[in-house]
Design a protein around this ligand. Structure first.
Ligand SMILES: [Zn+2]
Length: 356
């Protein structure tokens, strides 16, 4: 079960969650046959760069691709070989462990001179390309400047600022984004259905939040939870793997403060302390949610842009709370709690009544 990531790796464009702008452009290029010879996929780790590179390589080499579709058939010999990772014409290189110029000469330049053995295109996927040495980049640049017509380069990097501009300017560049909580939940949902396991949506949302936009992390967390649980995953089992998140308690506290119910607020905080909740983390979450409500009141589009969504359950509660509180009150809380965060020691609890 630890390899959910491999087992459910997307095999065509429609299975990829997130990165819609990139998918659309690539699909359009495939449909119209206007593909570039060098691509640069930049962005955080584990958000689908090499996955999309493989699907792209598969689609342009597919022997049975439908007209007007960009999707690979996943059935022809070429598709099957690429899926299995044994296609001779798809060359994946991890630049992190092959940084030198000799590697570029032997594995890339020499190989690029030879026409593909079976496929239409020879595709070089160079992962972590920013790790190449200067001389390796210079050698690579020469072949990217004048590549044989059958060669396609897909350079992937998490640190585009380390890639020479001479290389960047030769590539069609795509900037990958972290994957949203709702998109991650969608994928996790698909996996648990396929595995016939029951996991509460709130747990899936917690996994997605904790993964912070990295799909592979989310899938690996789910794998760990499923490995210790049975057919139905309980809250307690999930708690063993996901560091406890108390967004619900954060919202409860905020609700009490809005209602000016000091007694219950203090009882809640004492209970959290007894439960071993880290007050500093709790306070950070609290401030984060206040910030979200504040921005939501100022400009809802801004919240969407910042991709601050926290999953459906939490979002619903935040919306309800937000309607019962004025912007001034939120600003007041923000100011107080940011100050408390700076001072937090034992005086947190004593200080709370003063805020009220
Ligand atoms: Zn095919």
């Amino acid at each position: 079960m630890a390899t959910l990531y491999r087992k459910y790796r997307p095999q065509n464009f429609s299975e990829v969650v997130g990165q819609n702008h990139i998918k659309l452009t690539l699909e359009q290029e495939i449909k119209t046959g206007k593909i570039a010879q060098a691509y640069l996929f930049c962005g955080p780790r584990a958000v689908g760069k090499t996955t999309l590179a493989r699907i792209f390589a598969k689609a342009i080499n597919c022997a049975k691709k439908k007209v007007n579709s960009a999707e690979p058939c996943n059935k022809c010999l070429s598709c099957e070989e690429i899926t299995a990772g044994r296609a001779l014409d798809i060359i994946e290189i991890d630049a992190a462990s092959h940084t030198g110029v000799d590697n570029v000469r032997e594995n890339i330049i020499a190989s690029a001179r030879v026409a593909p053995s079976r496929s239409k295109y020879k595709v070089f996927v160079i992962d972590e390309v920013h790790m190449l040495s200067i001389s390796a980049f210079n050698a690579l640049l020469k072949v990217i400047e004048e590549p044989p017509a059958y060669v396609i380069f897909i350079l992937c990097t998490t640190e585009v600022h380390k890639v020479p501009t001479t290389i960047i300017s030769r590539c069609q560049r795509f900037d990958f984004k972290r994957i949203s909580v709702s998109d991650i939940v969608k994928k996790l949902n698909y996996i648990i259905k396929a595995e016939q396991i029951i996991v509460a949506k709130s747990i899936l949302e917690e996994i997605a939040r904790y993964a912070e936009g990295h799909m592979r992390d989310a899938e690996s967390l789910l794998g760990q939870i499923v490995a210790i649980g049975g057919r139905e995953i309980s809250r307690e089992e999930a708690d063993l793997v996901i560091p406890r998140s108390d967004l619900n308690e954060v919202l409860n506290l905020l609700d009490l403060l809005i209602k000016k119910d000091a007694g219950s607020a203090i009882r809640l905080i004492n209970k959290l302390v007894d439960d071993g909740v880290d007050l500093k983390n709790f306070l950070n979450d609290f401030i984060e949610i206040l910030r979200k409500i504040m921005l939501g009141k100022l400009s809802p589009q801004l919240v969407e842009k910042l991709a601050m969504e926290l999953g459906e359950n939490i979002e619903l509660k935040i919306n309800q709370l937000s309607q019962n509180v004025a912007l001034e009150q939120i600003l007041f809380f923000l100011e107080k709690f940011i100050r408390i965060r700076g001072e937090i020691k034992v005086n947190f609890i004593q200080q709370l009544p003063i805020e009220l």
